[in-house]
Ligand binder design. Sequence first.
Ligand code: ADP
Ligand code: MG
Length: 752
Amino acid sequence: MYEVDGMVQGAEAKMKGSAAEAVKVVVRCRPMNEQETANGHKRVVDMDVDRGVVELRNIKALDTDPRKTFTFDAVYDWNSKQQELYDETFRPLIESVLCGFNGTIFAYGQTGTGKTYTMEGIRDDPEHRGVIPNSFEHIFNHIARSVNQQYLIRASYLEIYQEEIRDLLGKDQKKRLELKERPDTGVYVRDLQQFVCKSVNEIQHVMTVGNQNRAVGSTNMNLHSSRSHAIFIITIECSDVDEKGKSRIRVGKLNLVDLAGSERQSKTGTVGDRLKEATKINLSLSALGNVISALVDGKSTHIPYRDSKLTRLLQDSLGGNSKTIMVANIGPASYNYDETITTLRYANRAKNIKNKPKINEDPKDAILREYQQELARLKAQLTQRGGKKKKKKKRVDGDEGEGEEEEDEEGIDEESILQQQHELDEERNRILNDQHMIEEEKERFLLELKNKEAELIATREAQEKLMTRIQTMESKLLSGGKNIIDHTNEQQRALQQRTQELMDQKKREREMLQLLEKEEESSCEIASTFSSLQAEVEAKTRKLKKLFAKLQSVKQEMGDLHEEFCRDRVDLQNTQDVLTRELKLKALIIENFISPEEKRKILSRAFFDDDEDIWKLRPVVRQTGGTLKRPVSSASRRPTSEYAKMQASVDHNPRYKGENIMVVELDPAVRTTRDWEGPLVAPRVAAALEAALMPLDEDLSIDASLATLNRSQAVRSTRKEKTKGKFKSGLRPPSQVPDSSMYPKSRGLVPK
Ligand code: ADP
Ligand code: MG
């Protein structure tokens, strides 16, 4: 155990001393999937794991064209195992987080290349478990083996989709969270849930719940996950005693980021909301790219962290005080060539970011400190209660020995309560059985006893509450050393250490190889002497050939980059065109349909919210002064004579009133309706109806001519005046009334 301790401390010292440290970039290529194999796709990616080199062939290019070569901190080919990645690349980072550094792991790459596989993998399968579940195990194992340290582990899980932050552990999944900034602790997500986790199972449960929520919010999970960023955050607080015997708290925060798919989103041809969506989907990702470019550029004074939520939130991880690893995931097949090369270029740039990791010692927002203080307070409270109890006890039976006070307070307390309970029972029995006592006195004693008992129970309950509170709080604080003598544990640790050493060695070898290669390229064999001219020519020709090939590849790379740049530029220009068109349309609408007064009002209310990066409107404030003044009181409006004042009190004539108010009696409205009376049927019509309802032998024909109807005044309504007038005005002049002969004859009500 001392070995490990010593090792960790040694590593710590080493890490503390190191100033700038580059972002570590590793590339992982997934195997061909069944479909790709079935479709006969060719693999265009070659990987030299020992040297950390990726080579890419373009099947469209000529055979003579040089391959694209990239060198990284490590590369993992299709045969790589999750555990291997963890031990070699991620374990040291998690170890640093346990020491109080901030750490971040990004998975970057096109959709379907294994980002989620690398981060999460298949959780129930130990072989395919990704870095997140592996880190859970690692962290809790570390704690179990720790000595004289107390840990508090918290987990949060969030998602950024279209620039909106959603808490995947929150109760209300519709709620969107905001980013806030504090000068002492930096950028944070307001109201983000944090769950204290006491074991691997608990933290795994947190992750499961988050993943379920992630799936629930989306209709198409594949599309959704390829367009959103998921960030799992583990905060590790550790308290221990330093060399000088001073207690200290170190806080490490681990961000595990599964980024959105990096594939190019087509923006051309989209308008309106769809365009907005398309621009927003990868806004965070392109902002990430811009931040990386600005960081490695060396000339930029402004790093555009504020351009997106993701870059703001992970500001520390890029050029800040975090230790950062980027995993660039690529696909092996030829049809992925374009995306693969873009990913590799992106990763290649990220290699040059320099961070300045530092341990967070005694930060203001450490919760562990609060916990410890609260615990101490509660314990003190408990002790105080215990003290009181003892005094009471002493009073009850004065012959208690003094020595008992030295005993464990909690124990004696519990005991004393039991004893008191017992004594009370005895007392009660004694009183009940006492024949000489008067009934009244008996009752009084019994009541007193009852009160005493109630008091005892209350204290007992309070005490128990306090105890459980202390226990729950204590259970959240984790510490190791429980089975420190455990043999298997010891062996495991030794094994792990050996694996770690092996991995370190491998890493060193790779670094040496890379260094050697670099040196070989740059040194010009100045010192070498040649036995003959011939040898010199040969050597120089070889050198020339090599350099020429290099030149060609650099030239080609330049061409490619230029091409890519042009493509991006056209893309941006297109977006800009569409946006300009939209803007013009809106301006046109405002110009022509919105009154200048209204526009001015809205403009005066608009302000830019820095925290949320959007324009907002201030609420409307009612103006108390100025335009909205109370009208001048009627009394003082104009000079009034005494006579007028007197008249005003008796006469209601408005001329004596101070206000311009007319007293108007309510006018009863003129009635425009009549009561229903039922139709009056003319005798002729009645006769006709009767005739019509009789069974007929002969054919009847209807004369639908309006003129006929009118002339005969067939139906007389009771609303005579009105309907009549209307009827008349709507009537065509008699000359235009079509002749009845124009209509076909049919059976009808009116006989001919
Ligand atoms: P992404 O999250 O980048 O969209 P996934 O992680 O979902 O991609 O991976 C897509 C598929 O490829 C999954 O079925 C996954 O199991 C598989 N896969 C990815 N990487 C590997 C790998 N290294 N080994 C085996 N299978 C892999
Ligand atoms: Mg994914």
